[in-house]
Ligand binder design. Structure first.
Ligand code: GDP
Ligand code: MG
Length: 442
């Protein structure tokens, strides 16, 4: 194993980092993939440019080609742009009952269907009492459509009164929601084939009456380019808090999602995946990214290669530890890891045989601040000193401590700890305990 490994790492150092040329070649293909997925040209251009700056100079994972590596970087960047800063895309502001949710969008985009799907989700999953009302006074049978869906999913709809204006219906829904003790009321508005002033005026006056907590724009995910214009219009005139992309069960590649997010900055909250009432999912940026790029197999390949490398690195490290080769760099890595894992407690608990040391460390007042000071000390050592702490005589110690702004005594403590850990690793290696102990750490 170690023979093969050293060969591999030689290759890695030779292959080194992504060159300008590698990145450019790969990004040409990525650009084509984006445009084919219906991402708008300016967005594709800006996106590729951003990735180019990010990718050049990055290390190439062994056993993948530079091109594959770029694809993975592109994928990660897509996910990043698609998700923005939202941790929970499907979350909605529905406290302070009754919370109005306004559904807007063009005709045929899937507003009525999505209204019912969301109502079902809110009632079944979140246990909310939901009232739905159709404000669509234009299309014959539009109100009945919503009432039928309501019956199907067991959600109340506002009784139909013919001859009322959308604002009158919205007012009635608001009153009914308050009187009936509903948590949420959802207003399904009428759409038009194209955006026009009449539609926008109508939706605006409804908005002003109910002051929606969420205004969700429903967009047909197959419309690509147009979706962005629609989103900009609605956001400018009405103010949109989130987007629902419908028909993502079709074979469109979903580039609209990227354009829309990049241009309007509005979070995509849900995705419609069919006509059935349960065909609604919260937005998963990685799934859409995979679709847009259409190179899911490459992404998976690179991820696998990266995992393998991590496992191999851990194995290599363990072999060294068993031989008692535990450098200051190793120690620093462990300290970093401890910080990441929330301090000493977690890590020490994971390593058998650490119990005694844990007690000692606690006695010595080891905490995160101490970890940071220790890391600073190691950072202040030269490369040679880190590899071979035996070099550290008085003058070097002074220099290192000064560099970290600390006392030599503190450095001595660190050195002692390092020796103890190296000893322990060696002993554990002999007893065959090291592997198990290290498992929890990676
Ligand atoms: P509205 O005019 O915006 O209210 O649109 P509707 O809700 O009436 O939907 C128009 C058509 O699109 C209906 O036949 C729906 O069943 C269908 N539809 C809505 N959402 C989806 C979806 O996510 N996937 C598929 N395949 N069809 C959908
Ligand atoms: Mg409708």
């Amino acid at each position: 194993l170690s023979d093969r490994l050293s060969g591999v790492f030689e290759r890695l150092t030779k292959q080194g980092a992504l060159s300008d040329e590698d990145v450019k070649t790969a990004l040409r293909e990525v650009r084509v993939a984006l445009l084919e997925a219906d991402v708008s040209l300016p967005v594709a251009r800006a996106f590729v440019k951003a990735v180019q700056d990010k990718a050049t100079g990055q290390a190439v994972t062994k056993s993948v080609t530079p091109g594959q590596q770029v694809v993975k970087i592109v994928h990660d960047e897509l996910v990043h742009v698609l998700s923005g800063d939202d941790a929970n895309p499907g979350e909605m502001k529905i406290d302070n009952p009754p919370a109005p949710i306004l559904m807007v969008g063009l005709q045929g985009s899937g507003k009525t269907t999505t209204t019912a799907k969301l109502a079902r989700r809110l009632s079944q999953r979140n246990g909310k009492r939901v009232l739905m009302a159709s404000l669509d006074v234009n299309r014959p049978a539009a109100m009945e459509q919503l009432a039928i869906l309501g019956q199907q999913i067991g959600v109340d709809t506002l009784p139909i009164v013919k001859g009322q204006t959308p604002v009158q219906i919205a007012t009635r829904a608001k009153q009914q929601a308050a009187l009936g003790g509903y948590d949420v009321y959802m207003l399904d508005t009428a759409g038009r084939l194209h955006i026009d002033d009449v539609l926008m005026d109508e939706v605006q006056s409804v908005r002003d009456v109910v002051k929606p907590r969420e205004t969700l724009l429903v967009v047909d995910g197959l419309t690509g380019q147009d979706a962005v214009n629609v989103a900009q219009e609605f956001d400018g005139k009405i103010g949109v808090s989130g987007v629902v992309l419908t028909r993502m069960d079709g074979d469109g590649r979903g580039g609209a999602a990227l354009s829309m997010r990049a241009i309007t900055g509005k979070p995509i909250k849900f995705v419609g995946l069919g006509e059935k009432m349960d065909a609604l999912e919260e937005f998963h940026p990685d799934r859409i990214a995979g679709r847009i790029l259409g190179m899911g197999d490459i992404v998976a390949l690179v991820e696998k290669a990266q995992e393998t490398i991590e496992a191999e690195q851990a194995e290599r490290m363990m072999k060294r530890f068993q031989k008692g080769q535990f450098s200051m760099n190793d120690l620093r890595m462990q300290l970093d890891q401890m910080l990441k894992m929330g301090g000493m407690e977690g890590l020490m608990g994971m390593m058998p045989g650490m119990g005694k040391m844990k007690g000692q460390m606690e006695g010595a007042g080891v905490d995160d601040r101490m970890l940071r000071r220790q890391i600073a000390l190691i950072n202040s050592m030269t490369k040679r000193e880190r590899a071979n702490p035996a070099l550290l005589q008085a003058s070097r110690k002074k220099r290192i401590a000064k560099g970290a702004g600390l006392e030599v005594a503190e450095l001595n403590k660190l050195l002692k700890m390092h020796r103890q850990m190296a000893d322990m690793m060696k002993k554990m290696g002999k007893k065959g305990m090291l592997k198990g102990a290290m498992k929890g750490m990676f």
